[in-house]
Design a protein around this ligand. Structure first.
Ligand SMILES: [Zn+2]
Length: 262
């Protein structure tokens, strides 16, 4: 009796696990891996060779402050015009790639199409691009979503990227260091000035997170940096709560072709 009684659940468990394995195989046949950018078939879960060749990875020389690539090397320590004319609250920004067609499709697939499987790959690229920032950093702070948007989208893409960067770098994620206290309109389509106004006062360090922030060197994590208004508002809130330094690491940044180096 006893054997039969214990045998039933184990047979059931075997059946259930067999069913799950079958469902996984069926899903692989039904949904073969697609390039997240152009949706061509790929042999493994990644970017196809054609899209890979179009991704513009950012490498030196770039502005040591903003990470904006320079066309030629102006020498060590020379800042871009933007960094001098309009210095941000954060110390340094770095991005893995330029925000162009392929990067936009990747960021979009990651954010809206539940391609969370892209996080490890993007996190690796970010960790490489941000190694100077991650060396000596105390914690990673993902740019938070307002709870209503988080509820609608079910996950925060910045938090998922922060987890991947944490795995690569060993720097821990302070998930609750920053809170979005204002539901802001989407930044898409807004002017630079309106973007800054839109996110002003939108972020705050909750009282119980002050200890995670005060006196610490933090790296803010986001998917895309456009005008830098969101990162700037986050950095202001963290510095206001006593952060020693705030740097910014993103997957992709907009590089204004019209604005050359110095
Ligand atoms: Zn592709």
């Amino acid at each position: 009796m006893e054997t039969a009684a214990t045998g039933v659940p184990s047979r059931l468990a075997r059946f259930a696990s067999g069913l799950r394995a079958y469902a996984r195989r069926a899903l692989d046949v039904a949904l073969p891996p697609l390039c997240p950018a152009c949706r061509d078939l790929v042999t493994d879960r990644g970017v196809c060779p054609s899209c890979w060749s179009k991704l513009a990875f950012i490498a030196p020389p770039y502005c040591p402050r903003l990470g904006i690539p320079f066309v030629y090397d102006p020498g060590p320590g020379i800042l871009s015009m933007q960094a001098i004319a309009d210095p941000p609250a954060y110390q340094r920004a770095r991005a893995a790639v330029r925000y162009d067609d392929v990067a936009r499709q990747l960021a979009h697939a990651f954010k809206y199409s539940d391609r969370l499987d892209l996080a490890p790959m993007i996190g690796r690229w970010m960790a490489r691009a941000g190694h100077e920032l991650l060396d000596g950093a105390d914690a990673l702070v993902p740019v938070p979503l307002h709870w209503r948007r988080l509820w609608a989208r079910r996950f925060n893409q910045s938090a998922a990227l922060a987890e991947s960067v944490a795995r690569e770098s060993g720097v821990a994620v302070a998930h609750h260091a920053l809170k979005r206290v204002k539901a802001t309109a989407q930044q898409v389509g807004l002017s630079r000035k309106d973007r800054a106004a839109n996110v002003q006062g939108a972020f705050r360090v909750p009282p119980d997170a002050k200890a995670e922030v005060a006196g610490r060197r933090l790296v803010l994590i986001d998917d895309v940096l456009t005008s830098g208004a969101t990162s700037d508002a986050c950095a202001r809130a963290l510095l206001h709560a006593g952060a020693a330094q705030v740097d910014v690491l993103v997957f992709a940044r907009v590089v204004d072709a019209g604005k050359g180096p110095i």
